[in-house]
Design a protein around this ligand. Structure first.
Ligand code: F6R
Length: 607
């Protein structure tokens, strides 16, 4: 979840390292630091808080150098404090940055202390620095030291090390946390994510699990986990630095909400045509898997889990049993896998530690195969799955997921249609469903035009401490997603309930100051939901509704926003948009940090 950047170059790299950190800040923002090799010394600057604090410090106390590493932290071991901020060094021998968790850090720490090493921080990372120093002191090169340390370290990590003893070299290792090498003129760079390096290069090499790479300005040598010299292909990233900027939007989250019509269209591109699903676009392996699929297990975390829950309703409607579970539970329990079950992981980043571990557990079980619905083509989940159905949401930077969620739903909808064909859906039925998907980008655009009304609604939330979100059917997981968005970015305690569950307990919470949010599409469950809302009104609860224009609301008091002409199969996707905007405007009212809410990070690469 931390972000790392590094460079070996012919020119001063400090400004680029800080810019790289700024672009990686979504991965963690408790503290940040840079270390540079300068005239046989290690010079570093570290600051608590966001990267801007580090940039200010560097302005006051400038640094220059051609080889350096940098880090933005999401605290795991040790509170956010300067002493715990990376880079961590061992005297004048070596300095490291690390993303991940070293599980055996306590025993390594004891052994290093016994050898006279003193620790400045509570982090697991400092152990790596001293371990490398111990190997360097025994006469090993930096490369050999990192390779030796790789044998001793247990856990997941991406790391980079530099040493004044070999000032033109950087050694990096990848074991469980993403790491990419950027190739530019007379220099090499590294980062946890290509995004950090896009202003400098679009040429990348993605390291694989267990790889160690030794970089100089002109050379790259890569060694796999068995220490064989290997060549990893160079890839060109289609993403450019410009289209990952905020533009005229106040926040990335808002920009990403507004990008939804375009990215939904992009996710459909080449996959539907003239009322038909173009199943070939998923590839041959997918088609073969779909032919054999009798059951589905969907595994994911957070927002992606909510997308999976919506898909469960869709899949069971066409007769395919579907179990959906959060990855952190799935990975540690005995799972029964019925014959003919397809494993589906859903993830924006493709690097979520629990989801990745679940995939690896799934690969050892008797699944037909593993499919991932993912947004990052180069991610571990994509590489390790048999089939990837890519969402084409583009880079999502706001910590609260928006466009990744709606495009996941689109991808899951396409998969549902592919499977419905095998369940006997006829061409006319397929045409109707595909047309509904085709109409989706425009429907989302229309809802976005209601932003001012949603903003007005949000004003009533600013002084609230709690909120309830209700829904039935596919709108229950949409309510869960609405509640998650609100709590994440506005810090209002929000819970979602299946509307029918209200009277089994949560109704006790409802009084005149409790806001209750509910989507009211024109569907067969409407009357049921309306009677649940009567129960809320009878206790004085304040209702905030998003309803279909055709729906008549027989309630005495409520605030309502009308949505027009929403198709049944895609309604959960469209109704997500006003809930995203509601959370956004509530957070604006409250003045919280929308894009980087407290205690969170975008890509959860630790357990
Ligand atoms: C919430 C949010 C998280 C992620 C979760 C899984 O807005 O973004 O709940 O959905 O951390 O992340 P991915 O989808 O990258 O596996």
């Amino acid at each position: 979840m931390c972000g790392i950047v590094g460079a070996v170059s012919h020119r001063d790299v400090v400004a680029d390292l800080v810019e790289g950190l700024r672009r990686l800040e979504y991965r963690g923002y408790d503290s940040a630091g840079v270390a540079i090799l300068n005239d046989g010394n290690i010079q570093n600057r570290r600051a608590v808080g966001k990267v801007a604090k580090l940039a200010d410090l560097i302005k006051e106390q400038p640094l220059t150098g051609t080889t350096g590493v940098a880090h933005t932290r999401w605290a795991t071991h040790g509170v956010p404090a300067e002493r715990n901020a990376h880079p961590h060094r061992s005297g004048e021998d070596v300095v490291v940055v690390h993303n991940g968790i070293i599980e055996n850090h306590a025993e390594l720490r004891d052994s290093l202390k016994a050898d006279g090493y003193t620790f400045q921080s509570e982090t697991d990372t400092e152990v790596i620095a001293h371990l490398l120093a111990r190997h360097l002191k025994s006469g090993l090169s930096l490369e050999a030291s990192v390779k030796a340390a790789r044998e001793e370290l247990v856990g997941a990590y991406g790391m980079a090390a530099i040493s004044p003893h070999e000032p033109d070299v950087m050694v990096v290792a990848r074991a469980g946390s993403p790491l990419v090498i950027g190739i530019a003129d007379d220099e090499h760079l590294i980062a946890s994510d290509v995004f950090a390096l896009l202003p400098i290069t679009q040429r990348f090499i993605f390291l694989e699990e267990g790889d160690v790479a030794v970089l100089s300005r002109k050379t790259i040598a890569i060694f796999d986990s068995e220490n064989n010299a290997v060549v990893r292909d160079e890839k060109f990233s289609e993403v450019s630095a410009e289209n990952t900027e905020k533009g005229h939007y106040e926040h990335y989250m808002l920009k990403e909400i507004y990008e939804q019509p375009a990215v939904i269209a992009e996710t459909l591109e080449g996959r539907i045509y003239k009322g038909r699903l173009l199943e070939e676009s998923f590839g041959h392996t997918a088609t073969e898997l779909f032919d054999k699929t009798k059951n589905i297990h969907i595994i994911a975390c957070g927002t992606s889990y909510h997308a999976g829950l919506v898909a469960k309703y869709w899949l069971e409607e066409i007769g395919i049993p579907c179990h959906v579970e959060v990855a952190s539970e799935y990975r540690y329990r005995q799972v029964v896998v019925p014959e003919g079950t397809l494993f589906i992981s859903v993830s924006q980043s493709g690097e979520t530690a629990d989801t990745l571990a679940a995939l690896r557990a799934g690969k050892g079980a008797k699944y037909l195969g593993c499919l991932t619905v993912c947004n990052v083509p180069e991610s571990s989940l994509v590489r390790e799955s048999d089939v990837a159905v890519m969402t084409r949401a583009g880079k999502e930077i706001g910590v609260a997921s928006t466009k990744a969620f709606t495009t996941q739903l689109v991808a899951l909808r396409l998969i549902t249609i592919a499977l419905a064909r095998r369940q006997g859906m006829n061409q006319d039925q397929e045409k109707a469903l595909v047309e509904e998907l085709h109409a989706l980008p425009r429907q989302v655009e229309v809802v976005l035009e209601l932003a001012d009304e949603i903003k007005a609604m949000a004003a009533s939330f600013a002084d609230k401490q709690n909120a309830l979100f209700l829904g039935r059917g596919t709108f229950y997981p949409i309510a869960m997603e609405g509640a998650l968005k609100l709590k994440e970015i506005s810090y209002i305690h929000a819970e979602a309930y299946a509307a029918g569950e209200l009277k089994h307990g949560p109704l006790a919470l409802v009084d005149e100051i409790m806001p209750v949010v509910c989507a009211l599409p024109d569907d067969p469950l409407l009357e049921k939901v309306l009677s649940n809302l009567q129960e809320v009104r009878a206790r004085g609860g304040e209702l905030f509704l998003f309803s279909d224009k055709k729906v008549k609301i027989p309630l005495d008091k409520y605030q309502d926003l009308k949505l027009d002409d929403i198709c049944p199969s895609t309604a959960p996707i469209v109704y997500s948009i006003p809930l995203q905007l509601l959370s956004y405007f509530v957070a604006l009212e409250k003045g919280t940090d929308v894009d980087q809410p407290r205690n969170l990070a975008k890509s959860v690469t630790v357990e």
